[in-house]
Design a protein around this ligand. Structure first.
Ligand SMILES: [Zn+2]
Length: 232
């Protein structure tokens, strides 16, 4: 096996590993959390609070109405019981009954308004719940897809790492050193494939004399433009 074939083999494995690691990093970020779900949850919490507040007000008014009605009934009963003889007390009772009646009217009006409010906020709550369920389900589906993809990529990386051990051992110490140095300097690509007379990494074309020289050279040759080791 020629030197550049061995180098290119290691490069191909490293490139495959790099690609998968990049994808795994993206997946890890996507699996961290989702702002759509958090936003929908915040809206749902707000709608829930509004609904609870409106329903509490409705119930409070209902309770107050019952209290006032009971008091008016009792006062009515006492007024017409025949037991009240004192004109002052009679007058006071009549005044009280009148004021309770006015209070009840106010409460009834308020009750109608609040019942409408309850309908409105509960409709909004149902909408917020549906929206939240939708994004949460979409997120869950997405998560299980990502988890499957992650497992598959991790198993690929494991296989590639095993293959890399053999490819790495096949290189001479000098070639390995040069490869590692170029990997660091050239964004992970130390060995470039020359295809149709052009460097597949930087895209520059090589003159036929240059190609001729490179092919017949005894030592490794570098792309004149990007400096990567050329493999034909
Ligand atoms: Zn190049």
């Amino acid at each position: 096996m020629s030197r550049t074939i061995k180098l290119y083999k290691l490069q191909s494995i490293d490139t495959d590993i790099d690609r998968r690691r990049l994808m795994l990093a993206k997946i890890a970020k996507l699996m961290e959390g989702n702002s759509d779900v958090a936003n929908a949850k915040a809206l749902l919490d707000k709608a829930t609070d509004a609904s609870k507040a409106a329903e509490k007000e409705r119930d409070d008014i209902r309770f107050e109405r019952q209290q006032v009605e009971a008091k008016r009934t009792a006062s009515d009963k006492r007024l017409y019981s025949g037991n009240v003889k004192d004109p002052k007390e009679m007058q006071d009772l009549q005044a009280l009954i009148q004021s309770l009646g006015a209070h009840l009217e106010t409460l009834e009006d308020r009750q109608l308004v609040v019942m409408e409010e309850v309908d409105v906020v509960n409709a909004k709550l149902a909408e917020a719940q549906a929206a939240y369920d939708k994004v949460r389900n979409a997120f869950a589906t997405e998560q299980s897809k990502l988890a499957a993809k992650k497992t598959s990529l991790e198993s690929d990386v494991e296989k590639l790492r095993k293959a890399r051990v053999g490819a790495d051992a096949a290189l001479s110490p000098d070639d390995k050193k040069r490869y590692m140095k170029l990997r660091k300097l050239k964004k992970g690509i130390a060995v470039t494939l020359i295809k149709d007379g052009a460097c597949s990494s930087c895209g520059s074309s090589l003159a036929s004399a240059e190609l001729q020289r490179a092919r017949s050279a005894a030592d490794l040759t570098a792309c004149p433009t990007c400096g990567r080791i050329m493999h034909f």
